[in-house]
Design a protein around this ligand. Structure first.
Ligand code: SF4
Length: 310
């Protein structure tokens, strides 16, 4: 299939476990390659970031209709509305958003670096969009250091929620502790939760963080022989990946908590893109296109985040 006479395309396989930051790393890596095609096996907002950082390349995505409840429900007009309510307050936008919304923001963040970036932004207040649950968690995390303003917080602005992580309730977690015998404070049995979960879920968890932070904690505990059982309150494919990577740990997962958007992405669809490239066919069905103005404006908040993350 790849026996063509042009440089081979780079194919990036992105799953929920990489969504929180590694997609940016891959986008930066992609800017160093001379391959003319970047193919993202992820949802479109990730591929948009690759396009913004690599505007001269053809960026292709497995399924342009694969959405995200955060990105789909929040746009440039929503950012402008909140900015008008709080003039002069910097806007930090989660990477799980489309380019037009990023273009209206001051800086981007991932779930791994949101707290760090919020702290280093000027002033005593920051606007965080679009994830309302994540914002509430950030507000609690930064309560002594920075005021966090977000949609619905003393205003009527519209925000968004990750439809996957919001499914976990405190009752679910308490039931999981009991059913799977993961008591709070157990030295080798742990309950993990992602930043996008509800605040009372984070409070109940033994550890909360971004996907990469959860994975790091698990890896460190495994290396220290300190993890025998775990439940991760996040998208179920993450747990499938963790179970493969750490077979010595007994993982429990909620199969019903699955991202239908991520599930739209498949290797079969990537194969179709490769065939289309091979056959010199029209790639419009897969190609990410953004106006030069949006690329220009959205690049600044992304680059600021990359500089702040160093
Ligand atoms: S799990 Fe799905 S809905 Fe939630 S942030 Fe990721 S892509 Fe969006």
């Amino acid at each position: 299939m790849l026996g063509h006479n042009y440089m081979e395309p780079l194919v990036f396989g992105l799953s929920e476990k990489e969504e929180q930051g590694d997609s940016l790393g891959l986008s930066m890596y992609a800017s160093k390659t001379e391959a003319p095609y970047l193919i993202f096996n992820g949802v479109p907002f990730m591929a948009e970031t690759a396009k913004i950082l690599n505007p001269s390349k053809t960026v292709l995505v497995a399924d342009k209709t694969a959405g995200c409840s955060l990105a789909d429900n929040y746009g440039a007009e929503d950012v402008k509305e909140l900015k008008a309510l709080y003039p002069g307050v910097p806007v930090m936008i989660y990477v799980n958003s489309y380019a037009d919304a990023k273009a209206e923001s001051d800086i981007c963040c991932t779930s791994a670096n949101a707290a760090h970036i919020a702290k280093m932004m000027p002033g005593d207040t920051i606007i965080f969009v679009p994830d309302i649950l994540f914002a509430q968690n950030l507000e609690e995390e930064l309560k002594d250091e920075k005021k966090v303003v977000y949609p619905g917080k003393d205003n009527t602005a519209r925000g968004a929620i990750c439809e996957v992580h919001e499914k976990f309730t405190l009752d679910d977690l308490l039931g999981i502790r009991e059913s799977f015998e993961i008591p709070k404070g157990h030295p080798c049995r742990k309950l993990y939760a992602h930043w996008e979960c509800r605040p009372n879920v984070l409070k109940e968890a033994d550890f909360y963080g971004s996907t990469s932070q959860i994975m790091k904690d698990i890896a460190e505990r495994v290396a220290a022989n300190q993890l025998e059982r775990a439940f991760v309150a996040s998208e179920c494919e993450l747990t499938s990946n963790l179970a493969q990577e750490f077979p010595e740990v007994q993982f429990w997962t909620a199969c019903s908590v699955r991202c239908s958007h991520m599930a739209q992405v498949s290797l079969g669809k990537i194969a179709k893109i490769l065939e289309a490239i091979d056959q010199n066919a029209d790639l419009g069905e897969y190609e990410i296109t953004l106006s030069p103005e949006v690329i220009d404006k959205a690049r600044t908040p992304i680059e600021r985040m990359l500089e702040a993350s160093v």
